[in-house]
Design a protein around this ligand. Structure first.
Ligand SMILES: C[S@@+](CC[C@H](N)C(=O)[O-])C[C@H]1O[C@@H](n2cnc3c(N)ncnc32)[C@H](O)[C@@H]1O
Length: 263
């Protein structure tokens, strides 16, 4: 596997060498079954023969699962602790890193709208998977998902009905241009790309869990350098800063995985 990830990096520029080995193994096994290749050499050869398969390979290798207002109490905490801080800025910059198909970014946009802050905010939503970003940019999700999203929205302290932010069209929910216009979606690889702005809030939820400790540390350093003093970092329910080299610069706000950078 080590040899495979190294050769994959040399050939494609995607570096998966410090991803969690157990999850990587499982997903590569699945791809090999799906693509009917017998071993890692065969898989690499296939990618070399058909470079058009590379983005599909990256898509299958990463885990795109997400939802709107995922872990609703996290969003309740954002309302309580982070919104009052954001209110003090004339221009609010937020980074949703590893945004997958965009549901987290739209959830944040709704939160800001309900706090009266959307107009002066910009949300940068990034992922390494171009397939997911195409869906994110459209902001169109199957109505089948919306029942779950509505439940999450209410548990997250939503002030209206979620339906006031989308139009139903042929079995899909089309989210409003007003929200979409405040989100910039683009590719960004947390392993290899640099910081591109400074932010008052960085969300990177359910992404670090797929990385080995050494890569988690590297990515947290990137966030540390991109976060303004007193800014907030939000992680996923199974993620923590406790083992990071930067722990001394952060205080934990509550049990909902929100950390504040100490000035
Ligand atoms: C499980 S989803 C989490 C989505 C969302 N943050 C949430 O919590 O619902 C993990 C996302 O991380 C992205 N990802 C994995 N490795 C990445 C990397 N090196 N750079 C940027 N995004 C990455 C995947 O493409 C996937 O969309």
């Amino acid at each position: 596997m080590r040899k495979f990830t190294k050769e994959l990096f040399d050939y494609t520029g995607y570096d998966f060498s410090d991803y969690s080995q157990s999850s990587l193994n499982r997903r590569i096994q699945r791809i090999m079954i799906l693509w009917k290749v017998e071993n890692l050499e065969g898989l690499l050869q296939m990618l070399k023969n058909k470079p058009e398969l590379i983005s599909n390979f990256v898509h299958l290798l990463t885990v795109p699962y997400t939802s709107m207002f995922r872990d609703p109490t996290f969003f309740l905490s954002l309302r309580t602790y982070v919104i009052p801080y954001l209110r003090t800025f004339p221009l609010i910059r937020i980074w949703s890193a590893g945004c997958s198909t965009g549901e987290e970014a739209y959830s944040i946009a709704i939160l800001l709208k309900e706090a009266g802050l959307l107009e002066r905010a910009l949300i940068y939503a990034t992922d390494l998977n171009p397939f997911s970003l195409e869906i994110a940019k459209k902001g169109v999700y199957p109505l089948d998902y919306i029942k779950e999203y509505c439940g999450n929205y209410h548990k997250a302290g939503g002030l209206n009905g979620l339906s006031s932010y989308f139009t139903a069209n042929y079995g899909h929910a089309v989210f409003d241009e007003e929200l979409k216009g405040k989100i910039i979606f683009s590719t960004h690889n947390l392993v290899s790309d640099a910081s591109f702005n400074s932010f008052q809030l960085i969300l990177c939820r359910n992404v670090l869990i797929y990385f080995e400790r050494v890569l988690q540390n590297k990515v947290i350093k990137l966030f540390h350098e991109s976060l303004e003093n007193s800014g907030f970092m939000g992680l996923g329910s199974k993620e923590t800063l406790l083992f990071s080299d930067h722990l001394e610069y952060y205080k934990k706000i509550d049990d909902n995985k929100i950390w504040q950078k100490i000035s």
